[in-house]
Design a protein around this ligand. Sequence first.
Ligand SMILES: [Zn+2]
Length: 431
Amino acid sequence: MTHPREDALLAEIEAREGEIVDLAQALIRIPSVNPPGEFYRDCAELLGQRLAARGFQVEYLRAEGVPGDTDRYPRWNVIARREGAAPGPCVHFNGHIDVVAPGEGWTRPPFEARIEDGRVYGRGACDMKGGLAAAVVAVEALIDSGAPLPGAIEISGTGDEESGGLGGVAWMAERGWFSKPRVDHVIIPEPLNVDRVCIGHRGVWWGEIETKGRIAHGSMPFLGDSAIRHMAAVLEAFEHELYPALGDQPTAMPVEPPGARTPTLNINSVHGGQPDVAPGDDAALPAPLVADACRLVFDRRLLIEEDLGEVKAKMRALLDGLVQARPGFRYSLRDLLEVRPSMTEPDRPVVRATASAVRRVLGREAAVICSPGTYDQKHIDRIGHLRDCIAYGPGILDLAHQPDEYVEIADMTASAKVMALAAYALLTGEG
Ligand SMILES: [Zn+2]
C-alpha cells in the first residue's frame, strides 16, 4: 500500500473510533454468558446483520448435538464472507462471542458497557468483544477505502470458547470452515495487548489420580489403609521427581510471562475421606473413618517440544514406582482434558504482516509471544490443519475474567488500524 493510501485508511479508522465503541458496547450489552451459553443467537445476528448490509454473505450455523446444545441454549455461530474483485487469499478474523459469568466484586454493572476515563467497562470488554468490534470496523474501513482487494475477507463470531470451543471453532473446523483452500490466514483478536503478536499457546493435560485405601474405624486405623497417606506419597514424589525436572526443558516458545517458558504443573484439588465439616457448623463432627479413596486433579501445561505420550508415560512410571515401593499402593489415572501445544512459525506471512503493521501504527517493534493458556488456535491447527493463525487484539489478558474488566478505547482503535493494514498486506501481497 502506498503511503498516502495507508495514511488515509489510518485516518478513516481514527474517525470511526465512535463506531468501534458503539459496536463493542452493543456486544457487551448482550449477556452471552457461558456456561450455560446464553444469547448466542443475538450476538451472532448483531454481527451478521451488520455485515450483510456491507455485502457479506452471512451464514448462521448451529452446532447441533454438541455438549451443551439444547433448544434452550442453542450453540449458534455466525460466519460472514465477502469475495474480492479477483482471486486471491482469504483473511479470516475469528472472535468468540461467549463470555464467562461476571462473578463477584464489580463496582460497575457488568453488562451496561459504561464508558469512564477512555475505557469501556463490562464483562467481555477485553475478552473479547472489544477485539471483535475492532476487527469488524477495521474490515469495513478497508472495504470503504476503495483499495482494490483481491481474495476474500471473512469474519466469524463463534461460541463456547470459554468452555473449550467444542460448539464453536472446533465444530466449524471439523466441517472445513477453517481449512485451505477456503481460508489462508486467521487472526483471532484475543486480548494480548496491542503491541504483541501471539503465535501460539502451550498444551494442556488435565488428569485425575485416585489412590485407593481400605475403610476402617478412625480409632483403629491399623485395621484399614489410608488412601490419603498414599496420596501424600504421590505428592512427595511430585516434589522430588516431577517438579525439579520441569525446569530442564529448553524451549523455542516465547511464552509470556517468562515464568511459563517451562512446563508447569498445578495441583487443582485434593479430596480425600469424608466431606469437610462446614466452618461454623458446630453441630457437625467429622466421621471417624480411614479414607478409602483420595482424588487429586492436576493441570500439566506442555511446551511445543514435549510429547504428550511421553509426559503421560512419566506420570505412569512415577505411580507404578509407588506400587513397587509402597505396600498396598493402588491407583487409577483418568484423563480429563488434552490440548496439544500449537505454534505458528514466526516467519509466516500472517505473523510478519501483523508485526509490521504494529511497527507502522505504534512506532515500535511488536513482541512475538506465545500464550501460557490455550485459545481457539488449537482447533484451527489440529482440526483445520491451518498453521497460519495468530492471536492479535486489544486489551490486557490479566483483566480477562476479572471484575471491572475493561478495554481501552485507544487500544481498540490502534488494534483496528493494525488489523486493517495487516489484512490489506495479506490480501494484496503488498506490505
Ligand atoms: Zn477469550
